[in-house]
Design a protein around this ligand. Structure first.
Ligand SMILES: C[S@@+](CC[C@H](N)C(=O)[O-])C[C@H]1O[C@@H](n2cnc3c(N)ncnc32)[C@H](O)[C@@H]1O
Length: 337
């Protein structure tokens, strides 16, 4: 009896009970109620992005020994596409359909995405790119100059920045989930868009703090129950140690940087701030098994690993299609209201 009760309590605590950030963050002032100040988080954020493994030529983040994450990203980009175009292709078509396009990227990092997209431009453009990280912006400036892209990388804090010119396109790739002052930002974006301008976004929209939705947690618990140990090795959260997790390791990933600081607020704020042209739903749980935490456990050259990965992809498509589990990714295109 005691054992059954103990297991029920454990099941409730680990699987059924929802978790959230200890302090709900809605603006910069809210950090005063946490143990890590805004200024300290800026330093931590920059340190984190300075130390990510990157491709030396493009500056793009790479995932060593992890092909699964590429497979997940390809699938998500395809399924969330607008009339067959993912964000990359959509921006190219937009620019190539007019004489001149002024573009702004917010949270552009090393501008690797921007340069990859601009490779396909056949019309004139000017692309301003803002990021908090001075080192990444310096590298982006060098690369853009060397390769002849018309990019203007700028160091700036999006939470405190006003845009001083109008744009045809404003782009955010995997950056909104690092911003705090989303209400002010969306208002500035809307004001900075030309009347026929568009806000184009590709974003993780998981719960703030990167916590799991309950149905996602239940599904992952079920999968983890059947997954052999070697696929549950955690490559990220315990320093050099590779510990095996019984359940998905859920904790506040926004604790010391801006990672997913308000990701859960993005969908409703986008809907409130813009006229929706496209709402491309991404995947549900696939990121959680394929990213740097557990992704390196799957070696796609091995038949068994490949089968498991194929099964995960199919299962995600199934639960996504029938809306059994909330999605964690979004390709959004919006216009001024
Ligand atoms: C996940 S990275 C995405 C970078 C790039 N868009 C990409 O797709 O490779 C998030 C970026 O947001 C930037 N960032 C975080 N907080 C910011 C802020 N307040 N203002 C401007 N950039 C910020 C980080 O420096 C980082 O480069």
């Amino acid at each position: 009896m005691k054992l059954v009760l103990g297991n029920l309590v454990k099941f409730y605590r680990r699987i059924l009970r929802d978790h959230s950030q200890p302090v709900k963050i809605s603006n910069i002032a809210d950090f005063e109620r946490t143990s890590v100040s805004y200024e300290q988080r800026v330093l931590n954020e920059n340190w984190t992005f300075d130390n990510k493994p990157r491709d030396v030529e493009t500056g793009n983040e790479v995932a060593p020994n992890n092909d699964f994450v590429i497979r997940y990203l390809i699938l998500e980009r395809r399924l969330s596409a607008y009339k067959g175009s993912d964000l990359w292709e959509y921006v190219r078509k937009f620019v190539n359909s007019r004489n001149f396009t002024s573009i702004l990227s917010i949270g552009s990092g090393p501008c690797a995405v921007e340069m990859e997209i601009a490779q396909g431009f056949v019309r004139d453009y000017q692309w301003d790119c803002i990021d908090l990280n001075e080192n990444l912006i310096r590298q982006a400036t060098k690369r853009a100059q060397a390769l002849g892209y018309n990019l203007q990388p700028i160091v700036g804090d999006i939470n405190q920045k006003k845009f001083d010119k109008p744009y045809d396109l404003i782009v955010a790739v995997a950056s909104l989930h690092h911003f705090v002052e989303l209400e002010k930002l969306f208002l500035s974006v809307s004001n900075a868009l030309k009347p026929d301008g568009e806000f184009v976004v590709y974003e993780p929209i998981c719960k703030s703090g990167m916590f799991l939705f309950r149905r996602q947690r239940l599904l992952l618990a079920l999968l983890f129950l059947f997954l052999p140990k070697k696929y549950r090795l955690n490559h990220q959260d315990y320093g050099a140690e590779k510990r095996c997790d019984r359940f998905y390791n859920e904790y506040d990933r926004s604790g010391w940087t801006f990672e997913c600081i308000r990701s859960g607020d993005i969908p409703q704020l986008l809907k409130a701030g813009f006229k929706v042209k496209h709402w491309g739903r991404g995947m549900t749980f696939l990121r959680r098994v394929s990213d740097s935490v557990y992704g390196p456990n799957f070696d796609l050259r091995k038949k068994k690993d490949n089968l498991i990965v194929g099964f995960f992809c199919l299962l995600d498509r199934f639960v996504r299609f029938f809306r059994l589990v909330p999605v964690e990714g979004l390709f959004f295109i919006g216009k001024r209201k």
